[in-house]
Design a binder for this molecule. Structure first.
Ligand SMILES: Cc1ncc(C[n+]2csc(CCOP(=O)(O)OP(=O)(O)O)c2C)c(N)n1
Ligand SMILES: [Mg+2]
Length: 298
Protein backbone atom coordinates (compact mmCIF):
# COMPACT_ATOMS: atom_id res chain seq x y z
CA UNK A 1 0.00 0.00 0.00
CA UNK A 2 1.49 3.33 -1.04
CA UNK A 3 1.31 6.35 1.23
CA UNK A 4 2.13 10.03 0.76
CA UNK A 5 5.66 9.23 1.95
CA UNK A 6 6.22 6.47 -0.61
CA UNK A 7 6.98 7.67 -4.14
CA UNK A 8 5.55 5.12 -6.56
CA UNK A 9 8.01 4.57 -9.40
CA UNK A 10 7.70 2.87 -12.76
CA UNK A 11 9.75 -0.24 -13.45
CA UNK A 12 12.01 1.79 -15.73
CA UNK A 13 12.70 4.30 -12.95
CA UNK A 14 13.34 1.52 -10.44
CA UNK A 15 15.71 -0.23 -12.85
CA UNK A 16 17.59 3.02 -13.38
CA UNK A 17 17.87 3.58 -9.63
CA UNK A 18 19.10 0.02 -9.11
CA UNK A 19 21.80 0.49 -11.74
CA UNK A 20 22.94 3.74 -10.15
CA UNK A 21 22.94 2.16 -6.69
CA UNK A 22 25.00 -0.80 -7.94
CA UNK A 23 27.56 1.62 -9.36
CA UNK A 24 27.65 3.49 -6.02
CA UNK A 25 28.42 0.18 -4.32
CA UNK A 26 31.38 -0.48 -6.61
CA UNK A 27 32.68 3.11 -6.52
CA UNK A 28 32.38 3.35 -2.75
CA UNK A 29 34.18 0.07 -2.12
CA UNK A 30 36.88 1.11 -4.58
CA UNK A 31 37.30 4.45 -2.82
CA UNK A 32 37.27 3.07 0.74
CA UNK A 33 39.21 -0.04 -0.29
CA UNK A 34 36.88 -2.13 1.86
CA UNK A 35 33.41 -3.59 1.83
CA UNK A 36 31.27 -6.23 0.21
CA UNK A 37 30.07 -6.36 -3.39
CA UNK A 38 28.35 -9.64 -4.24
CA UNK A 39 25.66 -9.51 -1.53
CA UNK A 40 24.70 -5.84 -2.00
CA UNK A 41 24.40 -6.34 -5.75
CA UNK A 42 22.26 -9.49 -5.51
CA UNK A 43 19.89 -7.72 -3.11
CA UNK A 44 19.74 -4.41 -4.99
CA UNK A 45 16.48 -4.88 -6.93
CA UNK A 46 14.79 -5.92 -3.68
CA UNK A 47 16.25 -2.97 -1.75
CA UNK A 48 15.29 -0.43 -4.41
CA UNK A 49 11.77 -1.89 -4.62
CA UNK A 50 11.41 -1.64 -0.86
CA UNK A 51 12.69 1.91 -0.48
CA UNK A 52 11.20 3.47 -3.62
CA UNK A 53 8.01 1.50 -4.08
CA UNK A 54 6.97 0.07 -0.74
CA UNK A 55 8.11 1.22 2.69
CA UNK A 56 6.09 3.94 4.35
CA UNK A 57 8.99 6.06 5.48
CA UNK A 58 9.96 9.69 5.52
CA UNK A 59 13.61 10.63 4.96
CA UNK A 60 12.95 13.94 6.73
CA UNK A 61 11.74 12.03 9.81
CA UNK A 62 13.87 8.88 10.11
CA UNK A 63 12.53 8.31 13.63
CA UNK A 64 8.82 8.64 12.71
CA UNK A 65 7.32 6.04 15.08
CA UNK A 66 4.74 4.75 12.60
CA UNK A 67 7.25 4.11 9.80
CA UNK A 68 7.61 0.67 8.32
CA UNK A 69 10.73 -1.09 9.53
CA UNK A 70 13.45 -2.70 7.43
CA UNK A 71 16.13 -4.93 8.91
CA UNK A 72 19.15 -5.83 6.83
CA UNK A 73 19.91 -9.06 8.65
CA UNK A 74 22.76 -9.79 6.22
CA UNK A 75 24.51 -6.70 7.58
CA UNK A 76 27.68 -7.23 5.55
CA UNK A 77 25.65 -5.82 2.64
CA UNK A 78 25.61 -2.43 4.40
CA UNK A 79 27.01 -0.50 1.47
CA UNK A 80 24.01 -1.61 -0.61
CA UNK A 81 21.63 -0.27 2.02
CA UNK A 82 23.60 2.98 2.36
CA UNK A 83 23.56 3.55 -1.41
CA UNK A 84 19.77 3.18 -1.43
CA UNK A 85 19.28 5.35 1.68
CA UNK A 86 21.41 8.07 0.10
CA UNK A 87 19.47 7.99 -3.18
CA UNK A 88 16.23 8.08 -1.17
CA UNK A 89 17.39 11.24 0.62
CA UNK A 90 18.32 10.10 4.12
CA UNK A 91 21.79 11.64 3.76
CA UNK A 92 23.88 13.15 0.93
CA UNK A 93 25.12 10.80 -1.77
CA UNK A 94 28.60 12.36 -1.32
CA UNK A 95 28.68 10.94 2.22
CA UNK A 96 29.03 7.46 0.72
CA UNK A 97 32.70 8.26 0.16
CA UNK A 98 33.22 8.22 3.95
CA UNK A 99 32.11 4.58 4.09
CA UNK A 100 34.03 2.48 6.61
CA UNK A 101 36.17 5.42 7.83
CA UNK A 102 36.57 5.50 11.60
CA UNK A 103 34.61 8.70 12.14
CA UNK A 104 31.93 8.05 9.50
CA UNK A 105 28.21 7.57 10.11
CA UNK A 106 28.46 4.79 7.55
CA UNK A 107 30.25 1.94 9.26
CA UNK A 108 31.19 -1.34 7.59
CA UNK A 109 28.14 -2.91 9.19
CA UNK A 110 24.90 -1.01 9.93
CA UNK A 111 24.71 0.92 13.21
CA UNK A 112 21.21 2.13 14.11
CA UNK A 113 22.68 4.64 16.57
CA UNK A 114 24.70 6.36 13.84
CA UNK A 115 22.96 6.23 10.49
CA UNK A 116 19.68 7.96 9.66
CA UNK A 117 17.24 5.40 8.25
CA UNK A 118 18.92 2.32 9.73
CA UNK A 119 16.43 0.48 11.94
CA UNK A 120 18.72 -2.17 13.40
CA UNK A 121 22.39 -2.85 14.01
CA UNK A 122 23.43 -6.04 12.25
CA UNK A 123 26.50 -7.84 10.97
CA UNK A 124 26.58 -10.87 13.20
CA UNK A 125 24.51 -13.10 10.93
CA UNK A 126 21.34 -14.76 12.15
CA UNK A 127 19.87 -12.06 14.38
CA UNK A 128 17.67 -9.95 12.13
CA UNK A 129 14.63 -12.20 11.97
CA UNK A 130 14.47 -12.36 15.76
CA UNK A 131 14.58 -8.55 15.93
CA UNK A 132 11.93 -8.30 13.22
CA UNK A 133 9.72 -10.81 14.98
CA UNK A 134 9.93 -8.77 18.19
CA UNK A 135 9.12 -5.52 16.40
CA UNK A 136 6.20 -7.14 14.55
CA UNK A 137 4.84 -8.57 17.77
CA UNK A 138 5.07 -5.17 19.47
CA UNK A 139 3.33 -3.52 16.49
CA UNK A 140 0.57 -6.11 16.65
CA UNK A 141 0.06 -5.55 20.38
CA UNK A 142 0.01 -1.77 19.89
CA UNK A 143 -2.48 -2.23 17.03
CA UNK A 144 -0.39 -0.11 14.69
CA UNK A 145 -0.26 -0.49 10.92
CA UNK A 146 3.54 -0.87 10.83
CA UNK A 147 4.94 -3.54 8.49
CA UNK A 148 8.33 -5.08 9.27
CA UNK A 149 10.52 -6.47 6.49
CA UNK A 150 13.63 -8.57 7.12
CA UNK A 151 16.22 -9.45 4.47
CA UNK A 152 18.37 -12.52 5.12
CA UNK A 153 21.04 -14.24 3.06
CA UNK A 154 20.73 -17.89 2.10
CA UNK A 155 24.01 -18.76 3.81
CA UNK A 156 22.74 -16.88 6.84
CA UNK A 157 19.89 -19.36 7.17
CA UNK A 158 22.44 -21.80 8.57
CA UNK A 159 22.26 -19.80 11.82
CA UNK A 160 20.09 -21.59 14.37
CA UNK A 161 18.54 -18.43 15.79
CA UNK A 162 16.72 -17.87 12.49
CA UNK A 163 14.74 -21.03 13.02
CA UNK A 164 13.58 -20.05 16.51
CA UNK A 165 11.77 -17.12 14.91
CA UNK A 166 10.57 -19.26 12.01
CA UNK A 167 8.85 -21.42 14.62
CA UNK A 168 7.47 -18.53 16.67
CA UNK A 169 6.22 -15.95 14.16
CA UNK A 170 3.31 -18.05 12.79
CA UNK A 171 2.33 -18.94 16.35
CA UNK A 172 1.51 -15.25 16.92
CA UNK A 173 -0.03 -14.80 13.43
CA UNK A 174 2.44 -12.03 12.61
CA UNK A 175 0.76 -10.99 9.37
CA UNK A 176 2.75 -7.73 9.59
CA UNK A 177 6.11 -9.50 9.18
CA UNK A 178 7.77 -10.38 5.88
CA UNK A 179 10.97 -12.36 5.55
CA UNK A 180 12.81 -12.00 2.24
CA UNK A 181 15.61 -14.44 1.49
CA UNK A 182 18.27 -13.27 -0.96
CA UNK A 183 18.74 -16.76 -2.37
CA UNK A 184 21.84 -16.19 -4.47
CA UNK A 185 23.24 -19.69 -4.05
CA UNK A 186 26.58 -18.50 -2.69
CA UNK A 187 28.05 -17.42 0.60
CA UNK A 188 31.55 -16.23 1.47
CA UNK A 189 33.49 -19.06 -0.15
CA UNK A 190 32.61 -21.62 -2.72
CA UNK A 191 34.15 -24.41 -4.66
CA UNK A 192 32.79 -27.15 -6.82
CA UNK A 193 31.95 -30.44 -5.20
CA UNK A 194 34.79 -32.92 -5.58
CA UNK A 195 32.28 -35.69 -6.00
CA UNK A 196 32.94 -37.18 -2.58
CA UNK A 197 30.36 -35.07 -0.77
CA UNK A 198 26.72 -34.51 -1.61
CA UNK A 199 26.81 -30.76 -1.36
CA UNK A 200 29.37 -28.05 -1.88
CA UNK A 201 29.79 -24.73 -0.17
CA UNK A 202 28.76 -22.81 -3.23
CA UNK A 203 25.16 -23.77 -2.48
CA UNK A 204 24.54 -23.08 1.21
CA UNK A 205 20.89 -24.12 1.17
CA UNK A 206 20.81 -25.83 -2.22
CA UNK A 207 19.57 -29.09 -0.74
CA UNK A 208 16.63 -27.48 1.09
CA UNK A 209 13.25 -26.72 -0.46
CA UNK A 210 12.86 -23.45 1.42
CA UNK A 211 9.30 -22.77 0.28
CA UNK A 212 8.16 -26.21 1.45
CA UNK A 213 10.13 -25.91 4.70
CA UNK A 214 8.69 -22.51 5.59
CA UNK A 215 5.18 -23.61 4.67
CA UNK A 216 5.63 -26.63 6.94
CA UNK A 217 6.46 -24.22 9.77
CA UNK A 218 3.22 -22.35 9.03
CA UNK A 219 4.41 -19.45 6.87
CA UNK A 220 2.84 -18.11 3.70
CA UNK A 221 5.82 -18.84 1.46
CA UNK A 222 6.53 -18.35 -2.22
CA UNK A 223 9.46 -18.16 -4.58
CA UNK A 224 10.05 -15.25 -6.96
CA UNK A 225 12.66 -13.94 -9.36
CA UNK A 226 14.48 -11.43 -7.18
CA UNK A 227 15.61 -9.40 -10.17
CA UNK A 228 12.18 -9.10 -11.81
CA UNK A 229 10.63 -5.86 -10.62
CA UNK A 230 7.09 -6.96 -11.49
CA UNK A 231 7.54 -10.23 -9.65
CA UNK A 232 8.88 -8.37 -6.63
CA UNK A 233 6.03 -5.86 -6.64
CA UNK A 234 3.38 -8.59 -6.89
CA UNK A 235 4.90 -10.55 -4.01
CA UNK A 236 5.15 -7.42 -1.86
CA UNK A 237 1.49 -6.65 -2.68
CA UNK A 238 0.45 -10.12 -1.50
CA UNK A 239 2.48 -9.76 1.70
CA UNK A 240 0.94 -6.39 2.50
CA UNK A 241 -2.58 -7.58 1.69
CA UNK A 242 -2.27 -10.08 4.55
CA UNK A 243 -1.49 -7.42 7.15
CA UNK A 244 -4.31 -7.07 9.63
CA UNK A 245 -6.14 -10.18 8.44
CA UNK A 246 -4.86 -12.62 11.06
CA UNK A 247 -2.85 -14.48 8.43
CA UNK A 248 0.52 -16.11 8.91
CA UNK A 249 3.75 -14.16 8.28
CA UNK A 250 5.05 -14.11 4.71
CA UNK A 251 8.32 -15.52 3.39
CA UNK A 252 9.54 -14.51 -0.05
CA UNK A 253 12.34 -16.67 -1.38
CA UNK A 254 13.95 -14.46 -4.00
CA UNK A 255 16.07 -16.24 -6.62
CA UNK A 256 19.00 -13.92 -7.21
CA UNK A 257 22.51 -13.88 -8.62
CA UNK A 258 25.41 -12.86 -6.43
CA UNK A 259 27.13 -9.76 -7.83
CA UNK A 260 24.24 -9.20 -10.26
CA UNK A 261 24.56 -6.41 -12.82
CA UNK A 262 28.21 -6.44 -13.84
CA UNK A 263 29.88 -9.11 -15.98
CA UNK A 264 32.96 -9.66 -13.85
CA UNK A 265 31.16 -9.82 -10.50
CA UNK A 266 27.96 -11.74 -11.19
CA UNK A 267 27.97 -15.39 -10.26
CA UNK A 268 31.49 -15.30 -8.76
CA UNK A 269 31.90 -16.02 -5.04
CA UNK A 270 35.32 -14.33 -5.26
CA UNK A 271 33.43 -11.01 -5.44
CA UNK A 272 31.77 -11.62 -2.07
CA UNK A 273 34.19 -8.85 -1.21
CA UNK A 274 37.00 -7.29 -3.19
CA UNK A 275 38.18 -3.92 -4.45
CA UNK A 276 37.57 -3.08 -8.11
CA UNK A 277 40.44 -1.59 -10.10
CA UNK A 278 40.02 1.66 -12.09
CA UNK A 279 39.70 -0.44 -15.27
CA UNK A 280 37.02 -2.62 -13.69
CA UNK A 281 35.13 0.48 -12.53
CA UNK A 282 35.18 1.84 -16.07
CA UNK A 283 33.78 -1.45 -17.37
CA UNK A 284 31.07 -1.45 -14.67
CA UNK A 285 30.13 2.12 -15.58
CA UNK A 286 29.83 1.14 -19.23
CA UNK A 287 27.65 -1.86 -18.38
CA UNK A 288 25.40 -0.15 -15.82
CA UNK A 289 24.85 3.33 -17.21
CA UNK A 290 23.58 4.81 -20.45
CA UNK A 291 25.97 6.91 -22.61
CA UNK A 292 24.76 10.30 -21.28
CA UNK A 293 25.07 9.22 -17.66
CA UNK A 294 28.55 7.84 -18.32
CA UNK A 295 29.64 11.31 -19.39
CA UNK A 296 28.42 12.76 -16.09
CA UNK A 297 29.62 9.96 -13.81
CA UNK A 298 32.43 10.98 -11.54
C1 LIG B 1 27.67 -15.05 12.94
C2 LIG B 1 28.53 -14.75 11.75
N1 LIG B 1 29.32 -15.72 11.24
C3 LIG B 1 30.11 -15.46 10.18
C4 LIG B 1 30.12 -14.20 9.60
C5 LIG B 1 31.05 -13.92 8.44
N2 LIG B 1 30.32 -13.80 7.17
C6 LIG B 1 30.01 -12.59 6.64
S1 LIG B 1 29.15 -12.71 5.22
C7 LIG B 1 29.18 -14.40 5.28
C8 LIG B 1 28.50 -15.23 4.22
C9 LIG B 1 27.03 -14.95 4.16
O1 LIG B 1 26.44 -15.62 3.08
P1 LIG B 1 24.96 -15.23 2.67
O2 LIG B 1 24.10 -15.17 3.87
O3 LIG B 1 24.57 -16.18 1.61
O4 LIG B 1 25.13 -13.74 2.15
P2 LIG B 1 25.30 -13.16 0.66
O5 LIG B 1 25.49 -14.31 -0.29
O6 LIG B 1 24.02 -12.43 0.38
O7 LIG B 1 26.49 -12.25 0.72
C10 LIG B 1 29.86 -14.85 6.41
C11 LIG B 1 30.04 -16.27 6.75
C12 LIG B 1 29.26 -13.21 10.17
N3 LIG B 1 29.18 -11.98 9.66
N4 LIG B 1 28.47 -13.52 11.22
MG1 LIG C 1 24.22 -15.99 -0.37
Amino acid sequence: MASPTTPVRSDAELADLAARARLHVLETVASSKAGHIGGPMSAMDLLISLYFDRLRIDPARPDWPERDRFILSKGHSAIGLYAVLALRGFFPVEELLTFDHGDSRLQGHPDMLLTPGVDSSTGSLGQGLAMGTGIALASQKRRTDVHTWVLCGDGELQEGMIWESVIMAPRYRLDNLTLIVDNNGLQQFGWPSDGTSRFDRSEPMGHVDLVAALRAFGWEAEEIDGHDLEDIRAAFDRAEARRGTGAAPTAIIARTMKGRGVSFTQGHFTWHNGVPSPEQLALARAELLGPAERMNAR
